[in-house]
Design a protein around this ligand. Structure first.
Ligand code: IMP
Ligand code: MG
Length: 187
């Protein structure tokens, strides 16, 4: 990383989770899911867009017979606090009746998104739902929802990188960092 050029670096206040820590933890998470779902052919269901980087690493860390699906939702606009409403921008492309779902999220914040999705997938007939989130920010939870498997607990700060964005940017930063507040001041 030292030698890699990044024009986004100057917007990062501090690094919360390094590339190395991400790699180690995602490998552990894949192993845990392997143990849990052996012989079950689960469906990894990524919540776009934030989960796309985590999803690609997680499915490769879990060598099960499985398939992948995506749903795209939004609740945020460009602000840094949830509007409380969840909108489906891209729906499931397959029948999930009777499937064991592994929902893959970037971060569990207020819980609005996952509370909505869990209910939605149950009405679509999922056999079981396992919530996997890379990051958990429990300080801001307003819905009674917990992850079955979480990578890291983070403090109440706005984070970007490894898929997480601010105003659709910074998703390609390879670590999890805290954005300098002046970057989003005034939004
Ligand atoms: P929730 O519905 O409030 O739990 O938030 C879920 C979504 O908000 C996540 O999937 C993220 O896309 C976004 N989000 C929440 N906190 C952050 C953050 O600190 N950085 C970037 N995105 C966030
Ligand atoms: Mg998201």
């Amino acid at each position: 990383m030292d030698t890699m050029r990044s024009e986004m670096e100057k917007d990062i206040l501090k690094i919360l989770v390094t590339e190395e820590q991400l790699k180690t933890r995602v490998a552990e998470m894949g192993e845990e899911l392997y143990e849990k779902f052996q012989g079950k052919k689960p469906l990894f269901l990524g919540v776009l867009k934030g989960s796309f980087v985590f999803m690609t690493d997680l499915v490769r860390a879990c060598q099960l017979k499985s398939d992948v699906e995506f749903i795209a939702v939004s609740s945020y606009g460009n602000a840094t606090a949830s509007s409380g409403r969840v909108k489906i921008n891209h729906d499931l492309q397959q029948d999930i009746t009777g499937r064991h779902l592994i929902i893959v999220e970037d971060i569990l914040d207020s819980g609005n998104t996952l509370a909505f999705l869990k209910q939605y997938f149950l009405t679509k007939g999922a056999a079981s739902i396992t919530i996997v989130t890379l990051l958990d920010k429990p300080a801001r939870r307003t819905k009674a929802i917990t992850a079955d498997l979480s990578g890291f607990t983070v403090p109440d700060e706005f984070v970007v990188g490894y898929g997480l964005d601010y105003a659709q940017m910074y998703r390609n930063i390879p670590y999890i960092g805290v954005l300098k507040p002046e970057v989003y001041a005034g939004t």
